[in-house]
Ligand binder design. Sequence first.
Ligand SMILES: Nc1ncnc2c1ncn2[C@@H]1O[C@H](COP(=O)(O)OP(=O)(O)OP(=O)(O)O)[C@@H](O)[C@H]1O
Ligand SMILES: [Mg+2]
Length: 279
Amino acid sequence: MFVDDLPADSSAIIPLFSRLEPGADQRWTTWPVVVPTSRGPKPHPSWVVTSAGAFDTELGIVKTGKEADLFLIERAVPDDPTQSSILAAKRYRGAETSDFHRSSRYSEGRGMRNTRDSRAVSRGSSYGRAVAAGHWAYAEFEALCTLYTLGLPVPYPVQVNNTEILMEFIGDGRQAAPRLAQVRATKQELQGYLDQTVEILRGIADAGYAHGDLSPYNLLVHEGRVVVIDLPQLVEVVSNPTGMDFLHRDCVNVCTWFARQGVEADPEPIFADLIARMF
Ligand SMILES: Nc1ncnc2c1ncn2[C@@H]1O[C@H](COP(=O)(O)OP(=O)(O)OP(=O)(O)O)[C@@H](O)[C@H]1O
Ligand SMILES: [Mg+2]
């Protein structure tokens, strides 16, 4: 556009230019700055916004967790309603605000990126804790990619960038889906949720893993479907000395909850079946 082409009344062009910079609660989309391996499995679902012209808008916090906080963001191209998506942003906290209590128990036997990192993590130095912060985001992102590729019901992992994972938001509009622990359901519905949970346990075990922190707080229920979340500690059952214990505890945690709701659930045969399938 040439200056001569500008309208005589320059106020008419201000809205056009003001749209080119993100506002106070916005940033440029971080999609173009992450390397392809930090993006979710291909093909990317059609709702994933890949345009470099998109903005990420903060919509607020969903939940504060022990090691990470969950925020809601919208990634959208201004004035293009076809390119807009609501995402969950899970942001791991830095060294000062998190105790990383999961580090030593879970990273035994799992490959850290290098030995300097693993030594730093085991010493609990601030570098180690910082590494751990990045490590958990990347570990959880990799776990989501692995399970998504296996066809298991997890939020689609969009990307990971430092301590932030962007993933599919499970919910309606801006309302997050309830956790299984909060769902009001008939006994028949609960039976269905138990069956789906056992399928999830099987799918994860068949790939050689245990969730490591499975509970009715890390299972969401959306449109009758159980979705599993919170996977930074996915445990390799065989290579981790306490892998079996994690797998057993996952079975006990979910079965205890279902049994308390009046749905018959015995963890031992489920655990035995998972082990039998694994070896
Ligand atoms: N993809 C998602 N879509 C909708 N809600 C989500 C999603 N991921 C997480 N949540 C919500 O945010 C909460 C915290 O997420 P998550 O369990 O992954 O983090 P956490 O730090 O381990 O939290 P906690 O310490 O409570 O276990 C979940 O219990 C769930 O209510
Ligand atoms: Mg959780």
